[in-house]
Design a protein around this ligand. Sequence first.
Ligand SMILES: C[C@H](O)[C@H](O)[C@@H](O)C(=O)CO
Ligand SMILES: [Mn+2]
Length: 412
Amino acid sequence: MNRFDTAAEIYKNYGIDAQKAIDTLKNVTVSMHCWQGDDVVGFDTKESLSGGIQTTGNYPGKARTFDELTADIDKAMSLIPGKKKLNLHACYAVFEDGEFADRNELKPKHFEKWVKFAKERNMGIDFNPTFFSHAMVKDNLTLSSPDENVRKFWVEHGKRCVEISQYFAEETGVPCVMNIWIPDGYKDIPADRFSPRARFKASLDEILSVPYDKTKVYITLESKVFGIGMESYTVGSAEFCLNYVNKNGITPLMDNGHYHPTEVVSDKISAMLLFNEKIALHITRGVRWDSDHVVLFDDETKEIAKEIVAADALDKVFIATDYFDASINRISAWVTGMRNVQKALLYALLTPHKMLKELQDSGDLTALMVKNEELKTLPFGDVWEKYLADENVNSDYLSEIKKYEKDVLSKR
Ligand SMILES: C[C@H](O)[C@H](O)[C@@H](O)C(=O)CO
Ligand SMILES: [Mn+2]
């Protein structure tokens, strides 16, 4: 018997079909964020990153153009198993022949090259308006600005992005998740917490007044607890976003770097699923603050995946990655994080949830703890290796990445 067959026998004793778990995982889409490839710079303003988020590190070889970024995405995706989607930001619009369109003037044509790229790879595209790194961000405010010129500029940007999202969905044949996240906030205690939130609410209403096909575009709203330089007040807080999505029939997005450090998104998933048809996740790794470290196969990533699978909600959750580490090889950052999301999902699919739930419901919490601990040392690695083999990717991706670094990245 080979290692997978032996492992499959062991999982069978717990009522788990390991090959079925692999086959289920093969059909789970994970949306890969394009912005790990260039430290969230984009192609339009090339302004340094603002919005209370930060990349640290200066690892050589970051992508500077559409051709470089797509080559790097291709390399990363060739090393990532499973079904993938591309998550784009509006600042990655591609301008040709000296043309430039500001964020409030963007049109589908500025993303034609991305559509071609995605279609050739049989992939859908998710989208994000870019409300940061731009001269029209005034006093760290966009959609909540008291300056009507500023607010209107960003409302128009949001509207343009709804149109572009529908274009992505229609061209690729895959629904597009359009995520709204604004950085707006104050470093110090504000005099007026109410008015910025009222203006944000009005701005969202205006953006959502653009007609769009709800079967093709899912608009999500991402909350945040604080940003760097905006430590005292964030307009798009959790309560604001929760209430807004529920009142307006859009989808909540939880980024697990966006809560107080002792709060965990894994515990929020079941509550959100009970009140929303769909939910969306940005999977990241906060270290002390929203530091956007590469996703590891760690306890919280596993717990997030467990909550999705145990609730039988794989078709109700839009899963995306969101982190940016400029201190290591960026292709490796993508591959490591994406593989770890999938690893966590496979681990969850190999967990005997029914048996564990029965132990909980019958009050046998002793057995529940013992069984949970026992499961941790089952031969998960052998099932993971079989998944990689089924998907035709090597377990070792480091050598391939080192070679790409020597042949391509080091020459930039
Ligand atoms: C670049 C992304 O839009 C950004 O990371 C956002 O999703 C976020 O998480 C901000 O902290
Ligand atoms: Mn995020």
